[in-house]
Design a protein around this ligand. Structure first.
Ligand code: SAM
Length: 288
């Protein structure tokens, strides 16, 4: 097999790597917090890579960001105030702002230099979300923000680097943090969702994150969706104080999406039911 001259070697696990030809590196910068690469990949288009890990690609980011955002948003009866922690590309905020109930979104990301690069080079992902008047962008550590804010939120979306790829977000996958997030929910309709990497390739890490969320919330729903550029089914953990996304019928989700004027490409009312009923990928070879 001829390995293309310009290639990104992308870790899928600690043992398996993807060889991903790339057309060109658009920008590379070592920020105060992480090694940021924005490149044009042959197969996946414009892509954001942080510390060697693909975060999002032009070809399939819509899958990830739609299934991260909409199950929690449609389960809340009237999400007006939303907190996004991480989500540097701006695509998570893009999806949140699609709901016409939303009046105020706070996006907290630790890396201001990354945000400036995303604004300039990742228009294909943020699609102008950074300039929406409903958005308040805060450059800070998400843990510190949650510990000090006096704002309350209907939905909190945690779109952080994987719990095994960089130390930057490790504390935001722990029990103490989830308890603090619970305390800034506006009322008992409150819902949180976090991306949680791969339960198949990092079963032990995933299990710890799941236990940490369970320690802070009475209702938990796990789901996972295949993301082609990740080469694994990405896990998501939704948690709430009482509302269950599985209680919604196809008709109810269809009505909510229509009333809120939310248009999507991958997520739909049927997808909502399907992904919440899909088994979670486990790896029997990983000793837990
Ligand atoms: N979509 C990606 C994925 O699937 O893994 C994750 C989205 S995004 C690129 C990850 C974001 O988390 C980055 O913008 C990074 O700056 C941010 N981040 C990491 N640690 C953080 C922290 N402690 N507080 C706030 N943002 C953090």
């Amino acid at each position: 097999m001829k390995i293309p001259y310009l290639t990104l070697v992308q870790p899928v696990s600690n043992k398996t790597y993807n060889i991903m030809p790339l057309k060109k590196i658009i920008v590379r910068k070592k920020t105060k917090y992480q090694d940021v690469v924005i490149a044009d990949l042959d197969e996946y288009g414009i892509s954001l890579i942080l510390d060697g890990y693909i975060q999002s690609t032009e070809s399939d980011e819509y899958i990830y960001h739609e299934v991260l955002v909409h199950p929690a948003m449609v389960t809340h009866p009237k999400p007006e105030k939303v907190l996004v922690i991480g989500g540097g590309e701006g695509a998570t905020v893009r999806e949140v702002l699609k709901h016409n109930t939303v009046k105020h979104v706070v996006m907290v990301d630790i890396d201001g230099e990354l945000i400036e690069l995303a604004k300039k080079y990742l228009e294909c992902m943020h699609k102008g979300a950074f300039y929406d008047p409903r958005l308040k962008l805060v450059i800070a550590d998400g843990k510190e923000y949650v510990e000090t804010t006096n704002e309350k939120f209907d939905v909190v979306i945690l779109d952080l680097t994987d719990p095994y790829s960089s130390k930057l977000s490790l504390e935001l996958y722990k029990e103490k943090f989830y308890r603090k997030v619970r305390d800034i929910l506006a009322d008992d309709n409150g819902i949180i969702v976090t991306q949680a990497g791969s339960s198949f390739f990092f079963e032990n890490v995933y299990r710890k994150v799941l236990e940490a969320v369970k320690s802070a919330f009475p209702l938990i729903r796990e789901y996972n969706v295949w993301i082609p550029s990740f080469s694994y089914a990405c896990n998501f953990i939704l948690a709430s104080l009482k509302l269950d996304p599985l209680n919604l019928t196809v008709e109810q989700v269809e009505r909510i999406l229509k009333e809120r004027n939310v248009n999507t490409k991958f997520y739909s009312a049927r997808t909502h039911i399907a992904i919440l009923n899909t088994p979670i990928y486990r790896n029997p070879l990983i000793q837990t």
